[in-house]
Design a protein around this ligand. Structure first.
Ligand code: GLY
Length: 366
């Protein structure tokens, strides 16, 4: 239970597809959840790790206003994020006669949330869905903004669509049982928001770095941090829903990060890969003379302080990293697109860094 009992609300402003993000105890926001699902067929999608924590029963109770209530428990982990899982979800819905007024509910981390949103976006040409994220990463990033999808054997998130949820319900209480690695995955994204958009938030995170290491111990701090992250995300998504420009700043650290993650065969955790990616982007920006060394060092110091890695692990070759970066779906016209910091709180998107420069830079980092 959120000790202060405070409920925070952030609006994602997208015209007729606008929705609320509720941050606080699910017990206290269940009225709003109930309104979204009342009288509809509801399909709750969770995973076996979440099921083990015992929260599914409580959420099923919160969904008792549904006209029909089904449950799908997915295998946890990125390997589940396939078109097969989307077929399982939509097939279940079809066999149980879920109609176009149905609502799918994801009680899950990023994988289950992305799959649920994708399945909801294509089932009977689109039904509503609700996100109840259970990991810090899903709370501050993937549950907000409507990016949904699945992986292909050829790469991550290569199929999917923009489909906004009808509401997001973030209960920081779920974080108490989160494994340390998942906690750090989320913190990498939290720190990202400070660097890309809000220097004051970066300073706040720095000042609170020790408290942030004690996950779930300080409900008020967590509520404030999550609120700031989703407020930034909501602003960016409202300005550029389908990523034709600004939204790409949310990929800061991810171009290098995804390449490292892929080269590691996904053994390197997403948060660790993004942390290293943010450091590399910072150092490259210093090399190019657009970011100062002191700020780059502060980014590294904060990432280190919360237990995230800041250098490329042994065994990676610059040429392999560049090859993997070339496969990034966000590249355009064959040029690698990078998000580089200019100051703490401001980044630029560029495709102007040549492959030769990248190679020379990465050769010094591996
Ligand atoms: N996670 C990046 C985005 O939602 O655009």
């Amino acid at each position: 239970m959120n000790k202060s009992g405070k409920i925070r609300r952030v609006r994602v402003k997208l015209g007729c597809r606008s929705y609320w993000i509720h941050i606080g105890s699910l017990q206290k926001t269940s009225v709003e959840l109930g309104k979204l699902i009342s009288g509809r067929g509801v399909l709750l999608i969770t995973d076996a790790n979440v099921e083990k924590t015992g929260v599914v029963e409580d959420v099923l109770e919160d969904l008792s206003g549904a006209s029909d209530l089904g449950l799908i428990v997915l295998k946890p982990g990125e390997r589940t994020k396939t078109l097969g899982a989307v077929e399982d979800i939509t097939g279940f819905a079809a066999r149980h006669n879920y109609d176009r007024k149905s609502c799918f509910v994801a009680l899950s981390g990023g994988v289950g949330g992305d799959l649920t949103g994708f399945a909801a976006g294509i089932y009977k040409r689109g039904v509503e869905f609700v996100q109840i994220p259970t990991t810090l990463l899903a709370m501050v990033d993937s549950s907000v903004g409507g990016k949904t999808g699945a992986d292909l054997p050829e790469g991550k998130n290569l199929v999917g669509l923009f489909h906004q949820p009808a509401g997001v319900f973030i209960d920081p209480e779920f974080l108490r049982t989160l494994p340390a690695c998942e906690w750090r995955n989320g913190l990498a994204e939290v720190i990202k928001y400070g660097i890309i958009r809000d220097g004051e938030f970066f300073e706040f995170l720095w000042a609170n770095r020790k408290r942030l290491n004690r996950r779930g111990a300080d409900a008020d701090l967590l509520g404030a941090v999550i609120e700031r992250c989703v407020t930034i995300k909501a602003e960016v998504v409202a300005a550029d829903e389908c990523e034709s420009g600004l939204r790409a700043i949310l990929n800061y650290g991810h171009t290098f990060g995804h390449a490292l993650e892929q080269l590691s065969g996904f053994k390197l955790a997403h948060g660790s890969a993004v942390a290293i990616g943010m450091v590399l982007a910072g150092r490259l920006a210093c090399d190019l003379g657009i970011f100062d060394r002191e700020s780059a060092d502060r980014v590294e110091a904060l990432l280190k302080a919360v237990g995230l890695p800041v250098s490329v692990p042994a065994g990676y070759a610059a040429s392999d990293i560049i090859e993997a970066m070339k496969g990034d779906k966000k590249n355009e016209g064959g040029r690698i697109r990078l998000v580089l910091p200019e100051s703490l709180g401001r980044v630029r998107i560029t495709s102007e860094v040549s492959e030769e420069k990248l190679f020379e830079f990465l050769n010094r980092q591996v």
